[in-house]
Design a protein around this ligand. Sequence first.
Ligand SMILES: [Zn+2]
Length: 391
Amino acid sequence: MKITGTRIAVNARDAKAVDLWLSRGRVFFSAISDSKQRVLDLSGFLILPGLINAHDHLELNLFPRLGRAIYPNATAWAEDIHYAYKSSIEEQRAVPKRARFRWGATKNLLSGVTTVAQHNALPSAANRENLPIRVLTRYGWAHSLHFCRDWHERFQATPEKFPFFIHAAEGTDEAARKEIDILNRGGALTPSTVLVHGVGIGRKQLKWVEDGGCSLVWCPSSNHFTLGCSLDREILNARVPIALGTDSALTAKGDLLDELHVAHNAVPAERLYDMVTCMAARILKLPPGYGEIRYGGPADLLVMRDDGLTPAETLLRASPQLVIVRGRIELVSADFPLSDPGELFEDAFPLQVENRGTYFLRNPIKPLIDETRHISGREPRLAGKQLHHDA
Ligand SMILES: [Zn+2]
């Protein structure tokens, strides 16, 4: 496929006019020998690298937000919701995991995410093949110190070249702070370690995290919902690489675009752009080319309307018009100038997403909606958003 007439993001601040050729799932800046080449004129659009969501629980995105208070830490939250919302949790769990994984991937695709870090067991290889986005597969993880007593074995079993994810210091009390002490004593604060949340990191602990070369994943809307606050300025400005994550619908406001808006209350647009592109790629230890548009890199692209703003400003103001993953168009907005969506997809079923717009997806969504509605007895809501569709 050849893409013409567009600007592409070079970094958070700059974009340049250039034609792209996509072949075998990769990006090129000069013609490549493909016999039958489709030409896509994207005049008036800006192409960004596909976004990277550094933290999600894909199978938990049909849930409503659950919680009835501000909690001192995530353990208190988890214990309370399993008691207070037992029937709601059971109702959602009746939907097969395979279907819930697809919903989680669809949530990400609708926000321009092309790679996600799953926290919990991965979907099976067969199920991953059916997902419209990439799911990180080379990683180690433990849920948290409290819910994963074998966390240290899991940490030690993770190769150094993989990231090791753990929910840590997800709280504002002494118990949350002490988790960093335990990780430090266990020799687990290393350049591979990715601490998810970290709200309760104290000043002494922050020095260990910096010196250990650890990274953080920031999920501001989840933190505000469960803990009443998120990372303070001292942590945000520390010598710690930070990526943005959505967490799941159990606690988050919505998808990665919603998370960017919440995070923008504390961090400028340019840094946020890095947190969902190049910085996230570095923290997730992705191969070269992820989180940027470069020659020979993966053809994972997010197309948005070009109003002459910088890539970072565009990310905060626009919504996805087209998303390409592995060189293949996975999603197109109904506003996108096409004479017929059937040009792109065989099954052009319009999906209206609350406060976003109407989209066509390559992966047929209607059977998934029907299956979910049949099992749960109600219309699915995806990460809090109502979905409308004809018939
Ligand atoms: Zn989480």
